[in-house]
Design a protein around this ligand. Structure first.
Ligand code: C5P
Length: 240
């Protein structure tokens, strides 16, 4: 593991809150810790682009986790709007297909200019809450979750995306098949002793980084903690 700042900047805290006020209260508690912040649909639909801009003003790197999945033209427009916000990372569902993913990249190219840096564009493979029953019996995809994740990762790579969101359990194979530089962002992180919640394929922060993942996403183990700062500090301590 590199310098302290190196790995703290690769911890993405999921700001899964219903309002800007509640998210800001967490920001106050984590003040001074230079982690990445993730804004997902719950907070974005409530607090909108202005909250994202506020995070950027405060110097945070921001992952806008809106998991776009629509016809290519719509995704292209959405990606351009997201890129104009100046976020550092956003994602689209790989299940939308190669043309849709390529359209997202075209949208980004349309938006970026010298004052808007190019965001990292990530593909969502299978959600970390998806198990083999959901995959086979409900969604109708045969094979194991891992097979499907690896196929989706290859599609994302072929479309030109920078990487994928996946479970830490799949990082080794994803990197092996798509190269070390292909970014992995891994939710499904549970520090020792924390609640699983609805996640089914999990690892501790240290185990996930030991697998070679680039970024870990942690939500409830921090946001639902009685003392979020302490929980974050414990994670950082474990990673040192
Ligand atoms: O609270 P928890 O640590 O489970 O939060 C995980 C975060 O990562 C949530 O914001 C969830 O939306 C997100 N995520 C995920 N699985 C994916 C993609 C994103 O859990 N495949």
């Amino acid at each position: 593991m590199g310098k302290r700042e190196d790995f703290i900047g690769r911890i993405i805290v999921a700001l899964d809150y219903p309002s800007a006020d509640e998210a800001e209260s967490l920001l106050n508690q984590l003040k001074g810790i230079p982690c990445y912040m993730k804004v997902g649909m719950q907070l974005f639909y409530a607090a909108g682009p202005s909250f994202v801009l506020k995070l950027k003003e405060q110097g945070y790197k921001v992952f806008l986790d809106l998991k776009m999945h629509d016809i290519p033209n719509t995704v292209k427009g959405g990606a351009a709007s997201i890129a104009r916000l100046g976020v550092d990372m956003f994602n689209v569902h790989v299940a939308g297909g190669i043309t849709m993913m390529e359209s997202a990249l075209e949208g980004v190219d349309q938006a970026v200019n010298p004052s808007i840096p190019k965001p990292i564009v990530i593909g969502v493979t299978q959600l970390t809450s998806t198990n083999v029953t959901t995959l086979n019996d409900e969604i109708g995809i045969s094979g194991t979750v891992e097979d499907s994740v690896l196929q989706y990762a290859k599609l994302a790579k072929n479309a030109g995306l920078d990487g994928v969101v996946a479970s830490p359990l799949e990082v080794t194979n994803i990197k092996e098949q798509n190269g070390e530089g292909f970014v992995t962002v891994t939710p499904g992180i549970r520090p020792i002793g924390s609640n699983m919640g609805d996640q089914s394929r999990v690892m501790t922060p240290k185990e996930a980084f030991d697998q070679g993942t680039d970024y870990i996403v942690i939500g409830r183990p921090i946001t639902a903690s009685d003392d979020p700062r302490k929980s974050m500090e414990n994670i950082i301590e474990e990673l040192k």
